[in-house]
Design a protein around this ligand. Structure first.
Ligand code: ZN
Length: 175
């Protein structure tokens, strides 16, 4: 396993639409998911899409276990979601590709999720609560959409400027 570099805005690769994984869940895909999980834990974060480490494939990892609890890694290959309700709720979201920016996004509170798991088995389940928020956020990544794209243009630009500025400062400090 290896920690990979996480792309941050405004990297154009984050706007790419990811392609389906062909040929099922191979060892190669599992190795990618292992790296992604390690990268996510190291960051730390609760969800990561493959495009965030520069791989344009429909692969997501997630762990919603509370801090200090037993890890509960989840792996999604070729996930599909379907909203199950018109009820929307706001939730304060953040993203490893938009570090240190948090803002509220409204999303359906319940959705159906279908995907292949780590072992290539088909899973079909209902997501609510944090799981529903997180899987919808990660699915957006597969379409090249970031949570800040749900905000006003002004807020989005301000977020991108902030990330760019923080990166420049960091580059200067570590130079
Ligand atoms: Zn994200």
């Amino acid at each position: 396993m290896a920690i990979r570099e996480i792309l941050t805005v405004p990297d154009p690769r984050l706007k790419e639409v990811s392609k389906p994984v062909e040929g099922g869940v191979t060892d190669e895909i599992r190795a990618l998911m292992d790296d992604m999980l390690e990268t996510m834990y190291d960051a730390p974060g609760i969800g990561l899409a493959a495009i965030q480490v520069g791989v344009p494939l429909r692969v997501i990892v997630m762990d919603l276990a509370k801090e200090g609890k037993e890890p509960q890694p989840r792996y999604f290959v070729n996930p599909e979601i379907l909203p199950l309700t018109e009820d929307m709720a706001p939730y304060e979201e953040g993203c490893l590709s938009v570090p240190d920016i948090f803002d509220e996004v409204e999303r359906p509170t319940e959705c159906r999720v279908r995907y292949l798991d780590y072992d290539g088995f088909k899973v079909d389940e209902v997501a609510t609560g944090m799981y529903a928020v997180c899987i919808q956020h990660e699915m957006d990544h597969l379409e090249g959409t970031l949570f800040i794209d749900h905000l006003s243009r002004l807020k989005r630009q301000r977020a991108i400027d902030k990330v760019k500025k923080a990166k420049r400062l960091h580059a200067r400090e570590s130079a």
